[in-house]
Design a protein around this ligand. Structure first.
Ligand code: ATP
Ligand code: MG
Length: 300
């Protein structure tokens, strides 16, 4: 009779199980490498983006505004969505299809720079000094030619870096671009983005805000911690979703996903280097870590 296989690492997912027996440097490199961890709010937003992508074309397309603090995971969601809808070449050299075009908002509300960012993203040749009108024609032509179905604009709160008149003009450019191309526009930004869009009532109506809130001590949060634990290749279980450690992590990161990801990576590396092989309250309290607010006030 064959021996039953004993699972030495029941706290780990299959990929982390592959890594856990490798040498420390390889494990540390793996911990530092970027990864996607799914959670309900992100899945909800990805589903909404999927719905928007297949929305029938009409004059007034619905738009979405993903609002969240800095380091809350907005760009990761947009990148994840783009990677699920990658650009591809059509058969017989008939050109390229870019279902999702994702750009950064220009640092100031400038129509010409918005077009430049779009043209850069699709590697279109242009002269930065070309008139906004010329770039606009080129953008509309290329966006149609590449079958772009959605425009994502990150850091859209940058609109506020201009005076009210410039903001107004920029918002009407966005509105017209959406109307002309008949594609949904998805903005990502901090709460300031909401304030910026409110200055254009017609756009405000069409940008449905969806909030990526800070994490609180909920079942979803504890599941998120369990997901992190399952991807960090440590030999011993940390039980991160237990109340005391979950609350400690929450206060150290102030509920921000980017902070949590960084803190857990630092802690996992420390757990490997010290040979402890798990993250516990003692290890966390010995880490050189400042909560975001304290870090900010130290910088001032
Ligand atoms: N779904 C996720 N899975 C794993 N890690 C994540 C996830 N989302 C975010 N992170 C971590 O949080 C960090 C910050 O995320 P992101 O850059 O998306 O935040 P942001 O909201 O766009 O911030 P900012 O407003 O400053 O641009 C990422 O670099 C990554 O380490
Ligand atoms: Mg971002």
């Amino acid at each position: 009779m064959s021996e039953p296989i004993i699972d030495l690492y029941p706290h780990l997912g299959s990929l982390a199980k592959d890594y856990v027996t490798l040498d420390n440097d390889t494990r540390i490199d793996w911990i530092r490498s970027p990864r996607w961890i799914g959670y309900p709010k992100a899945k909800d937003i990805l589903n909404k983006l999927d719905d928007l992508l297949i929305y029938p074309k009409r004059h007034r397309m619905p738009n979405l505004l993903i609002v969240g603090d800095s380091n809350s995971g907005k760009t990761m969601i947009a990148d994840r969505f783009s990677s699920m809808h990658k650009a591809y070449e059509k058969d017989n050299n008939e050109g390229v299809v870019i279902p999702v075009l994702s750009i950064q908002a220009p640092p100031v509300p400038s129509e010409s720079r918005l077009y430049s960012n779009i043209l850069d993203k699709i590697f279109a040749p242009y002269r930065p000094s070309d008139s906004a009108e010329k770039k606009h024609h080129q953008v509309v032509h290329l966006v149609r030619a590449c079958n772009v179905q959605m425009l994502i604009i990150d850091e859209i709160h940058s609109i506020l870096a201009g005076n009210l008149e410039k903001q107004r003009v920029f918002l009407s450019v966005l509105r017209n671009l959406g109307n002309e191309l008949k594609i949904p526009i998805v903005g990502l930004g901090t709460k300031d983005a909401l304030r910026a869009l409110k200055t254009d009532p017609q756009l405000d109506n069409r940008f449905k805000p969806i909030l990526l809130a800070k994490w609180e001590y909920t079942t979803d949060y504890r599941r998120l911690l369990a997901s992190f634990e399952s991807v960090l290749p440590l030999k011993n279980p940390s039980n991160l979703s237990d109340k005391a450690i979950a609350l400690k992590l929450l206060s150290m990161t102030e509920g921000l996903l980017g902070e949590l990801s960084e803190l857990l990576s630092d802690a996992a590396i420390e757990a490997i280097v010290t040979g402890k092989e798990c993250i516990d309250l003692e290890l966390l309290s010995k880490l050189d870590w400042l909560a975001p607010t304290a870090r900010r006030s130290q910088r001032l």
